[in-house]
Ligand binder design. Structure first.
Ligand code: ACM
Ligand code: ZN
Length: 608
């Protein structure tokens, strides 16, 4: 009897180990709300038909997208057809559901895959999940997708990435790629920073000089410090190109939120139309980065005429309900010295230049509201009084976001501390030049967009979270991708994933498969997560330290030396924190499959 009991116990544990093993083989990013794996699998081969209600044009488009996506990943051509309950199928179906507008239910069984959602958005996200069931390093032959059920929906409705095309111009083709990459992470907002001191990038028919003059500069501050290349740089998007981008994004369920900066970061516009400034100019588009003192004059009515004309064209191009009006980093020096700005302050009964900025933003808000749009601005728009219907993008930490939410205004969290992807992501001495700051993968992943200071009621005003990519020192698509991914995957996980499922260790495991997806798509992702960083505890009285070696990668194999030599597979294998005498230098690197996959990190042990 006892033997049988033990036999059953052994079988049970073997089965459980097997079940866990097979569960572990999924590498979905972002992690869905609920996943249940079942026995069996779905063989994905040429007999599979993608079935949709052919009377629904949106579903037809999604079916074609899936067919193309499977072809791109496997070279396998699936047919499209009507639901017929026969044969092996992938069924895409719209049906009322209690999940959010973007949620979906998915099941994979031996006979079919069903993706069901109340809107096309959810179907699109279900399709992204199907792609992630296909091994990223597929090299041909039959594949079986594991049987499972998924119930999924995003935590936040605003899951954004911002790209600054003012400091560096990215082509339409690249913008489309950027949007494609964003959507594969189930992100849904592309915040397009279209105007800057250093370049105006959107064609405005009424003001051709904005792009004739404002889109071009004579040189670029290519590295921190006084490093100017004197190579002319520029470019802009025609209105037709913008429409093309917006349509491309719409097919990927991405909203394009344009940013037209005011009252600051506007020197490119002032170079084209100097009469819109306080001093009258003339101006040259600067080559060096930095905050500019010349901004739009609030005293002059023609500034409002100009901006309203510009925005009237902008709202026609972008279906987004929200328009970003900037509002950050507007020095008040010119306004303080300008007779017309001062006259405006007196006439409007304003207290100071901060209230003047609030007057400016509120007038612009009123205009955009009249066009059926809402505004969002950087958190400086809180200074001098927040415009009545404005949303706030909290970038200087979380204080602005907390204040706005407490006042009942919508908020997007993008604090520099966690969400600035132009900051270093690895050890700065091992990284390409970055502007400053440090937002490694672990820090991005560790961020919770809901500040603790908010009550449950106030938390509802947090629309979501966004990563920002400022381009001062990011001057190629490759470098852009290097800075964006895999931090964009960590962003996706916190923007979409629910806090209960948050698991840094498992995220690092799943990321190994995500890297392969990046390779398959040709995304130049950063391998900085393999870099070793040091945790050192000093024991000064005994002239020694305890050193821990860490990375942002999954189960890293780390080798190190204490004799100054490059670590190799013959060096010390790191098994846990170890003691090092003072004045020694630790050199460490990560290895995989016998190859060194990180640069060598170095730390000298000194006591202060
Ligand atoms: C910003 O980074 N100036 C919003
Ligand atoms: Zn003025």
């Amino acid at each position: 009897m006892a033997k049988i009991f033990y036999f059953i116990v052994v079988i049970f544990f073997c089965f459980r180990a097997y079940a866990q093993e097979s569960r572990q083989s999924l590498s979905l990013i972002p992690q869905p709300l609920h996943v249940e794996q079942h026995k069996g699998s779905f063989k994905l081969d040429g007999s599979v038909v993608v079935q949709v209600d052919e009377a629904n044009p949106e579903l037809l488009k999604l079916a074609d997208l899936l067919v193309q996506g499977v072809y791109d990943r496997m070279g396998l051509s699936l047919k499209r057809g009507k639901p017929d309950g026969k044969g092996k199928s992938i069924l895409l179906k719209i049906a009322p559901d209690t999940l959010s507008d973007e949620g979906y239910r998915m099941s994979v069984s031996g006979q079919d895959i069903t993706i069901q959602a109340s809107k096309g958005n959810g179907i699109f996200y279900g399709i992204q999940t199907v792609y992630q069931l296909i091994p990223a390093d597929y090299r041909g032959g039959a594949i079986s997708l594991p049987s499972l059920s998924i119930v999924d929906r995003p935590r936040f409705g605003w899951r954004g990435l911002m790209l600054d095309v003012g400091r560096y111009f990215y082509s339409v083709d690249y913008i489309k790629k950027y949007i494609d990459y964003l959507s594969m992470h189930k992100l849904n907002v592309f915040h397009w920073h279209l105007t800057e001191d250093h370049g105006w990038r959107i064609e405005i028919k009424k003001y051709p000089r904005l792009t004739e003059v404002g889109a071009w500069r004579s040189g670029t501050n290519f590295q921190p410090g006084n490093n100017i290349d004197h190579n002319p740089h520029g470019g802009f998007y025609t209105q037709e190109e913008i429409q093309e981008v917006v349509a491309y994004a719409k097919d990927r369920y991405v909203t394009v939120v344009p940013e037209i900066e005011l009252p600051g970061h506007s020197l490119a516009a002032l170079a084209a139309y100097p009469e819109l400034s306080c001093t009258g100019g003339p101006f040259k588009i600067p080559e060096r980065w930095g905050i500019q003192e010349d901004i739009y004059c609030v005293g002059k009515e023609e500034v409002f005429v100009f901006l309203e004309n510009v925005l009237a064209e902008v709202v026609e191009l972008f279906p987004s309900e929200i328009i970003h009006i900037g509002g950050d980093e507007a020095p008040k020096k010119r306004w303080s010295a300008c007779a017309q700005c001062q006259k405006r302050i007196r006439e409007e009964g304003l207290k100071d230049e901060h209230e003047l900025q609030s007057y400016f933003i509120t007038r612009i808000e009123k205009f955009l509201n009249s066009k059926g749009k809402k505004i969002i601005g950087w958190d400086e728009i809180l200074e001098g009084g927040l415009a009545p219907n404005a949303a706030v993008m909290s970038w200087r930490g979380t204080k602005g976001g907390i204040a706005a939410a407490k006042m009942g205004h919508p908020v997007v969290m993008t604090p520099t501390s966690h969400m600035y992807f132009d900051y270093f992501q690895g050890e700065p001495y091992l990284e390409p030049y970055a502007i400053w700051g440090h937002t490694p993968l672990r820090k991005v992943y560790g961020y919770d967009p809901i500040p603790e200071e908010l009550t449950t009621e106030e938390q509802k005003y947090i629309l979501g979270v966004q990563g920002n990519l400022w381009s001062e020192y990011i001057h190629s698509p490759e470098h852009n991708e290097y800075m964006t991914y895999p931090r964009g995957a960590a962003l996706a996980e916190i923007a979409w994933g629910s806090p209960e499922n948050k698991d840094w260790g498992d995220f690092k495991r799943r990321l190994e498969e995500q890297y392969k997806r990046y390779e398959q798509k040709g995304i130049n992702y950063s391998r900085s997560a393999y870099q070793v960083y040091f945790e050192v505890t000093n024991d000064a009285p005994n002239n020694r330290s305890t050193v821990n070696l860490l990375t942002d990668s999954y189960q890293p194999e780390i080798y190190y030396t204490l004799d100054g030599n490059e670590p190799t597979l013959q060096s010390n294998r790191f098994e846990g924190p170890f003691e090092v005498p003072i004045h020694k230098t630790v050199r460490a690197a990560t290895f995989k499959n016998g190859q060194k996959i990180s640069p060598v990190s170095t730390r000298s042990i000194v006591h202060f």
